[in-house]
Design a protein around this ligand. Structure first.
Ligand SMILES: Cc1cc2nc3c(=O)[nH]c(=O)nc-3n(C[C@H](O)[C@H](O)[C@H](O)COP(=O)(O)OP(=O)(O)OC[C@H]3O[C@@H](n4cnc5c(N)ncnc54)[C@H](O)[C@@H]3O)c2cc1C
Length: 460
């Protein structure tokens, strides 16, 4: 490839680097560095490797590892798995055929739609296994995966362009500097790299809080449907909360049980714990969703939604997944969007890298922010408006009551809230969705932040 950026050698005061294990690749430069091996980072690394790009995939943990999640995969996520050549019929995957909504003592089952683009089934798999599988898939395609490598800061050249990262590598936390003409930030909701470059989250866009816990539940672990309880209520005033509780079957004797609420409800993590207690006490005792059947603690994390961190491209660095606020504000789903963004970033980086270093390559890279906005910007704007409405108790009550009474309305809602439509439109729901998205789309250009003003970036 083209000339590497000039970087200062690491501080001479450091201890000498430990020899890499036999067979390990110890080159500290690549064409692309991906930070974080969650679904977004592994998808990006996989597709880059498939494009023949030399890619370093850096992950602070060691696999397999836990990640707080509902472990639910809609057909949109299955679509991305298929694009990575994952065999979803193999052992370890638990298949589901749709969603079951429970509200005000009634319930309604809705099968996933069979669209031209997305398959008619969903899956579950714990993130303990799922992330490990995807990271191995990326490594199998040729990405150089380095676990136990915690990125601490971006490295910038004198113009403020990101040209690499600083990291602590291995159990001995050896300081290393890794360089590449393109860096992809996929470091999740902590968004450490973006924050180091001064890219704060937009406060006018939604953030959710979600908690989950595993339970041993012989009665519920082999359900054909992902179950969603829409009538979570606040203890003080019985108000219906903007969010939902889930019971996702894992097929291994356990269920993943959790709830997510929009932060408009002004509930902290302490409150979500109490909300879980209030909700689970309403479930039948024979399901086993009680303390004595819990498999591990209740754990929670943020849901950064609706593109709440923009722009998605800073000179030399693309943002994908949770660090770019890519969770769907309508349903709290983030895995497929992180993977889609990873694939798009890979495609654009590969195309950019065949151009000479300079303005032409830069223009090709900057196209990522426009393209991700073109694909999802309108839908997320619509979702942000929907989540603002969900913060109004009367609207929330109306939606939760209507949802289980009218199968046709609920089917259309599932298509819209899960973003499972065809383009061009194949039916009235697709058409309605496209009209709404077009109506809110203003094609606003992404704001551009300067890396130069960042005090925490390491300047080269
Ligand atoms: C309780 C809960 C339930 C959810 N349920 C669902 C669900 O059922 N379905 C769904 O689609 N989405 C769900 N989500 C959202 C989903 O988990 C995220 O959107 C998704 O994981 C985003 O993927 P990502 O690759 O962007 O980030 P992550 O999955 O967070 O991966 C980031 C990776 O980067 C690594 N990393 C972080 N910092 C560094 C660093 N400094 N150096 C090196 N590595 C680093 C992390 O260890 C991690 O491996 C849920 C979220 C929560 C909190």
């Amino acid at each position: 490839m083209n000339a590497r950026p000039r970087v200062r050698t690491p501080s001479a005061s450091k201890a000498p680097a430990a020899a890499p294990p036999p067979g390990a690749d110890d080159r500290d430069e690549a064409q692309v560095i991906v930070v974080g091996a969650g679904p977004g980072g592994s998808a990006a690394a996989f597709h880059l490797a498939r494009h023949g790009v030399d890619v370093l995939l850096l992950e602070k943990s060691e696999f397999p590892r836990e990640k707080v999640c509902g472990d639910g995969l809609t057909p949109r996520a299955v679509h991305q798995l298929v694009r990575m050549g994952v065999d979803t019929a193999a052992e370890g995957w638990s298949r589901n055929r749709g969603l079951r909504f429970v509200s005000n003592g009634r319930q309604l089952e809705v099968d996933w739609p069979e669209t031209a683009r997305f398959p008619g089934y969903g899956l579950t798999r714990t993130r303990h296994d799922f992330d490990d599988l995807l990271a191995r898939r990326a490594a199998g395609a040729g990405a150089r995966l380095r676990t136990l490598t915690k990125v601490t800061a971006p490295v910038c050249d004198r113009t403020g362009r990101v040209v690499g990262v600083r990291a602590l590598a291995g159990t001995e936390r050896r300081e290393v500097t890794l360089t590449a003409p393109v860096v992809i930030a996929a470091d999740g909701a902590s968004a450490r790299l973006a924050l180091s470059l001064g890219l704060e989250r937009r406060k006018d866009r939604p953030v959710g809080t979600a908690v989950r816990r595993y339970y041993r539940s012989p009665a519920r672990h082999q359900d054909d449907y992902l179950e969603s309880w829409l009538d979570l209520r606040r203890r003080e005033d019985d108000r219906v909360l903007p969010g939902y509780g889930w019971i996702f079957p894992l097929g291994d004797g356990r269920v993943n049980v959790g709830l997510g609420v929009l932060n408009e409800s002004r509930t902290g993590t302490g409150d979500t714990r109490r909300m879980m207690d209030d909700w689970l006490v309403r479930t039948p005792p024979e399901w086993g969703l009680r303390e004595e059947n819990a498999d591990g603690p209740l754990r929670g994390a943020a849901l950064p939604m609706g593109f709440n961190r923009v722009p998605h491209y800073l000179p030399g660095m693309m943002l994908i997944g949770d660090c770019g606020g890519m969770v769907n504000p309508c349903n709290g789903e983030g895995i497929p969007y992180a993977m889609e963004a990873g694939e798009l970033a890979a495609e654009i980086a590969a195309q950019a890298l065949v151009r000479p270093e300079g303005p032409r390559r830069e223009r090709a890279l900057a196209h990522y922010a426009q393209e991700i906005n073109r694909r999802h910007g309108g839908y997320y704007r619509l979702g942000n408006a929907f989540s603002a409405l969900m913060a109004r108790p009367r609207f929330t009550s109306a939606v939760t009551q209507k949802a289980v009474k009218s199968p046709a309305v609920t089917r259309a809602m599932v298509r819209m809230l899960s973003n499972l439509t065809d383009d061009p439109a194949a039916d009235a729901t697709d058409l309605l969705m496209h009209v709404l998205v077009r109506a809110v789309s203003t094609a606003a250009p992404a704001r551009h932040a300067s890396a130069r003003s960042n005090p925490r970036a390491v300047t080269r």
